[in-house]
Design a protein around this ligand. Structure first.
Ligand code: MN
Length: 236
């Protein structure tokens, strides 16, 4: 039995843990058992990692810019107190232990910050000539979540390319932040047409990949390939 720990967020209004079911269903369909990791900074991440075979970082709000040494600027959105601390420690520990990790949307940003990189606090305000990456305003989706809106170009020397078998991929896009300075231990492996980094990976790690899009919400062959490769890595 393969157990995948999936990070979640706290819904303050309902005083409840929350996680989109699409993450859970993709894992279940591939025979993995998803377990929810609450955004509780008092958790012992070492103990958590003893009990899961892999970690999936789910999407969510913005990383507090203090974690990459910046003051909040005008474009910053909702931040999630507690979740940042927990996920940053989880990423560092999974990285040093060689534990398979797949990071999605907010996840790629957390991974980059945890390992010493920085973020654009708001693409529209900080990246000249950027394409439209934010297809959601507040909680209002402007396209169905599975709908791809832009291309990414994938580095043919990357693990991501070996998994997907394509150098061009259509992806969905529900983000307003992005990786800026890439963390030293990571390398960028996919880019949007405006140069925004859409995927990173750790070259010497068994499986350590972050993507800026939402493969869990898509149903194309490439999204399944990525999740299958992740679950396969968790089995080893
Ligand atoms: Mn995008």
């Amino acid at each position: 039995m393969v157990v995948v720990g999936v990070t979640s967020y706290f819904n303050w209004r309902d005083n409840a843990l929350a996680l989109r079911m699409t993450y859970v269903r993709k894992l279940s369909r591939l025979g993995a058992v998803p377990v929810v990791i609450p955004p509780d900074p008092s958790l012992d991440v070492g103990e958590v990692l003893e009990r899961v075979d892999a970690v999936l970082l789910s999407g969510g709000g913005d990383v507090d810019p203090r974690f990459y040494g910046e003051e909040p600027r005008r474009g910053i959105g909702r931040v999630e107190p507690g979740r940042d601390e927990l996920e940053i420690r989880l990423v560092r520990e999974a990285f040093s232990r060689g534990k398979p990790l797949l990071a999605i949307c907010r996840g790629i940003q957390v991974v980059n910050v945890a390992l010493g990189g920085t973020l654009y606090q708001d693409i529209e305000l900080e990246v000249p000539n950027a394409i439209k990456h934010r297809w959601i305003r507040g909680s209002e989706f402007e396209v169905p979540m599975w709908y791809p809106v832009h291309w990414v170009e994938i580095d043919t020397g990357s693990r991501l390319f070996r998994i997907l078998g394509t150098r061009r991929l259509l992806v969905n896009s529900f983000h307003h932040q992005a990786v800026k300075r890439v963390a030293p231990a990571l390398r960028p492996v996919a880019w949007a047409p405006d140069g925004v980094v859409e995927a990173v990976e750790a070259p010497h790690h068994p499986f350590f990949i972050g993507v800026q899009w939402h493969p869990e919400a898509m149903d194309d062959e490439y999204s399944w390939k990525l999740f299958q490769a992740f679950v396969d890595a968790a089995k080893r």
